[in-house]
Design a protein around this ligand. Structure first.
Ligand code: ADE
Ligand code: ZN
Length: 323
């Protein structure tokens, strides 16, 4: 399973930071982050909002382009070791220069250069605003994204707390990014319900949705996803740890996850890890779990990877090289 070529569309660069990497930076900078780690060295969080707090605390010691370059190398080497041949990573201008365009350019250049040096894997970046930071910060993030849109930075997205503001509040930011030629995705339907997916489609017109799995509760919405050819970036392991809403009261375990029901309805699904060390997962682990729970075989994984390649935010030449 590990050697099977994989395409990953949904990976947060900061969320992929190994705990030891963050602990090392905290020690160097004499910042006390002991509260965010478990005794055995993993990340400790109670629920979704606390996860976001821990995530942001970890980000607080990640400062400067060189640290992001080191992180990029570490994350891509790990991904490549799990057979990932192409990956798209969410990078937040908020954590890379705080929305300042000149600073963001330096961070992004360092990340791009680091990525180019890692063999056997191609990376593209998705600049990402953070929903609970609000529409004004999102506009700054979008302006940064638009300023650097090109071969490497190919998408714009939104993560963060799905219950903060409404998708329509971010329409300006997404329009700005779209006009710069960036591909559009947004987190929705991870725990904000099917309505959150529908509202996001109406307000932001994304070609992909991060998670989106709660669409399963609304058959007409599933039809809309099929009709509009919207691809879901499904992160099953993340949902099991973080998003009990996805399971509608059932035990949050993979067997109760809607990925296969969505696929049966004809919705295009793909598989990603989201924030692998937070959820004790890897792409190999995700594939093994899906094979074990739903009987997915090589033919199904080929289909999922095909969906991912079709929905990837890259040019046709790059798409051909990963086929
Ligand atoms: N940021 C990092 N991981 C996230 C997730 N799973 N949902 C929303 N925002 C995030
Ligand atoms: Zn995510």
């Amino acid at each position: 399973m590990r050697d099977l070529p994989k395409v990953e569309l949904h990976l947060h660069i900061e969320g992929a930071a190994p705990p030891a990497f963050i602990r090392g930076l905290a020690q160097e900078k004499r910042v006390d982050l002991s509260g965010i780690f478990t005794e055995d060295g993993g990340y400790a969080y109670r629920d979704f909002h606390h996860f976001l707090e821990v995530y942001e605390a970890a980000c607080s010691v990640l400062t400067g382009p060189e640290e992001f370059a080191r992180l990029t190398r570490a994350v891509l080497e790990e991904s490549a070791s799990h057979g990932v041949v192409y990956t798209e990573m969410f990078i937040s201008p908020d954590f890379c220069g705080g929305g300042d365009k000149a600073a963001w350019r330096e961070y992004l250049a360092a990340i791009e250069e680091a990525a180019a040096g890692v063999p056997d894997i191609t990376m593209r970046g998705i600049a990402t605003c953070i929903r609970h930071f609000g529409p004004e910060k999102a506009k700054q993030a979008a302006a940064c994204a638009a300023d650097t849109a090109g071969d490497f930075l190919t998408g714009f997205g939104m993560g963060g707390a799905e219950d903060a503001f409404t998708p329509a509040d971010f329409a300006w930011a997404f329009d700005c990014a779209r006009e710069a030629g960036l591909g559009i995705t947004t987190h929705a339907g991870e725990w904000g319900g099917a309505k959150s997916v529908r509202d996001s489609i109406e307000a932001l017109n994304p070609s992909r949705i991060g998670h989106g799995v709660q669409a399963i509760d609304d058959p007409a919405l599933c039809d809309l996803l099929v009709e509009r050819d919207i691809t879901l970036e499904v992160c099953p392991g993340s949902n099991v740890f973080l998003a009990s809403n996805v399971f509608n009261g059932a035990v949050p375990k993979l067997a109760n996850h809607p990925i296969e029901r969505l696929r049966e309805r004809g919705v295009k699904v793909t598989v990603s890890t989201d924030d692998p060390p937070f959820f004790h997962t890897t792409m190999t682990q995700e594939y093994e779990n899906l094979a074990h729970t739903f009987g997915y075989d090589e033919a199904v994984f080929t289909e999922l990877n095909q969906n991912a390649m079709d929905a990837a935010f890259c040019d046709e030449t790059t798409r051909e090289t990963i086929r």
